[in-house]
Design a binder for this molecule. Structure first.
Ligand SMILES: Nc1ncnc2c1ncn2[C@@H]1O[C@H](COP(=O)(O)OP(=O)(O)O[C@H]2O[C@H](CO)[C@@H](O)[C@H](O)[C@H]2O)[C@@H](O)[C@H]1O
Length: 488
């Protein structure tokens, strides 16, 4: 099977999608499947993480507008995963740019990448039984498959599309049809195909992916329900209803080779459930690194893209509330939006003199590991959250998640005091309402428990570390889906 993806940890990561492809591909390989990954050859990749990179296909010509763009394909290993990197040579410099996203032609860049990926599979004689696509960036691939390549004899592959976030759909004008050679505007603009449900006259790549794929997943059952039935589909609710027979939610896993305090080389002290004391050495190291006071206080952390999705007003409120409640706060995050970054820089300056608070604005994988290990609580107050990886990584590090009950957060974190679950399955703090009182109701209980009932807090840490969110179960779920579409 082949994964076609815009991101892959640890070489080209913007968010959680990169971790998912990294973890899932390994799980599938461990289970005896032949797995390959196709992604763009970004200039901004971490080339130090790619082993044995070499050119394997010199002359890949990919149809584009009235001609074709010349591409080369490279092969290399990313932590044992077999990866093909596509490099176009044209004045557009599609991937030869400083960042992965954030350009006015993003939709066309990925429409091109999807075409290049399937053209590569076709020309190199690969006939994977399953092509697994991710998000709007690769959602056009099944459209190309069924509109062009099936006719050429590529009848074998079936396509599974995983949607990591409905907020981004790849909406574009009729230019797309001229660029891609998808003729007949009336056919593709039709509401049964790519016609955008919200913006008349526009085309929607993600919608096309839903219509044309053999199976569509999103990253938790709760988010599958919210997007289809609770108005969270950003306009695609109707399409999901029309295709509900091939739509479902699979909770992501975490790659425990990468995220595991017992073997993590980014942290100074390694620990497991039985040696949890060593976590406090990491806490000290974190304080030292961020120049925080070394005291009895709890550390509350936030790690994530600084996107409105993540509940930024509540993050802001949580910083002040945490300090007021006598705890420390650490934030690691960044945004492609300069206004949001400026906002957090302002906050950072305002809190500069506090010995109990540090805001790190930027992307720093190594620091993220130290925060997961050194913090006591991980805050995830999202407006919506398809799955969420930070709470699952935190659990593995015995760092107690404090989350809002939406999407995958509701499927993975169970409240210490209120969950309808046996005590040993409760692993964090949960709140419902998106407001200050909601946030305080959970964060306040977490901080109080840390200070007043350390024994209970320790028991919660044990529960957290014992929760199994490996790829084992989701890996099997995806194999079942692949079997289902192969035989369909
Ligand atoms: N500044 C920074 N420095 C270092 N590391 C950082 C960082 N900011 C974020 N990260 C890391 O990036 C990952 C983010 O995971 P999320 O689940 O929050 O993903 P995201 O919202 O991007 O993705 C979408 O896809 C994923 C995967 O399906 C879903 O879980 C999620 O709900 C959905 O919104 C984590 O590994 C986190 O540690």
């Amino acid at each position: 099977m082949v994964h076609v993806t815009p991101e892959l940890a640890t070489v080209a990561k913007v968010g959680g999608l990169a971790d998912v492809v990294f973890g899932l591909s390994r799980e599938l390989a461990i289970r005896g499947n032949h797995v390959e990954i196709v992604l763009p050859k970004y200039a901004s990749m971490r080339y130090d993480q790619i082993y044995d990179l070499h050119e394997v296909h010199r002359d890949l010509w990919v149809p584009w507008y009235d001609g074709a763009i010349h591409c080369s394909v490279y092969f290399g290993f990313v932590h044992d995963r077999k990866c093909f990197f596509i490099e176009p040579h044209s004045g557009d410099d599609f991937f030869d740019r400083p960042a992965i996203y954030g350009y006015p032609d993003d939709v066309l860049r990925y429409a091109f990448f999807s075409r290049a990926a399937i053209e590569f599979l076709w020309q190199s004689g690969k006939h994977p039984d399953v092509i697994h696509c991710h998000d709007w960036q690769t959602a056009l691939l099944p459209v190309y498959l069924y509109e062009f390549y099936q006719r050429l004899g590529m009848t074998h592959p079936r396509v599974c599309l995983t949607i990591h976030n409905f907020a981004h759909q790849g909406v574009v004008g009729g230019e797309l049809l001229r660029a891609t050679g998808l003729q007949h505007p009336e056919r593709f603009h039709h509401h049964d195909r790519l016609g955008d449900p919200r913006y008349p006259g526009m085309l929607n790549l993600l919608k096309g992916g839903i219509v044309y794929s053999n199976f569509v997943t999103t990253v938790s059952p709760r988010y599958a329900f919210e997007t289809k039935d609770q108005g969270q589909g950003f306009g695609l609710e109707g399409v999901l209803h029309a295709h509900q027979i091939k739509y479902g939610g699979v909770v992501n896993g975490i790659d425990y080779d990468l995220w595991n305090p017992e073997i993590d080389h980014h942290i100074p002290a390694r620990y497991g459930v039985e040696t949890i004391e060593a976590k406090y050495d990491d806490k000290r190291a974190l304080r030292q690194r961020l120049m925080l006071a070394d005291n009895e206080k709890a550390i509350v952390a936030f790690i994530g893209r600084l996107d409105p999705q993540k509940g930024l007003e509540l993050v802001r409120h949580a910083i002040f509330y945490t300090l007021e409640r006598g705890a420390q706060f650490v934030l690691l995050g960044s945004s492609p939006d300069p206004a949001i970054n400026a906002d957090f820089w302002g906050l950072k300056r305002m809190l500069n003199d506090s010995p109990d608070c540090h805001l790190e604005i930027g992307f720093d994988e190594e620091l993220a590991h130290l925060i997961y290990a050194g913090a006591d609580m991980m805050l995830v107050p999202s407006r919506f959250e398809p799955c969420g990886l930070t709470q699952m990584i935190a659990l593995r590090y015995g760092t107690i998640p404090v989350v809002r009950a939406v999407g995958g957060l509701a499927d993975t974190v169970f409240d210490k005091d209120h969950a309808a679950r046996p005590l040993h399955e409760r692993n964090g703090y949960v709140f419902n309402d998106y407001d200050h009182a909601g946030l305080e109701s959970a964060l306040g209980r977490a901080i109080a428990c840390y200070h007043d009932y350390p024994g209970d807090f320790r028991a919660l840490m044990h529960n957290a570390m014992r929760t199994d969110y490996s790829w084992n179960r989701p890996g099997q779920d995806y194999l079942n889906i692949y079997d289902y579409i192969r035989n369909g």
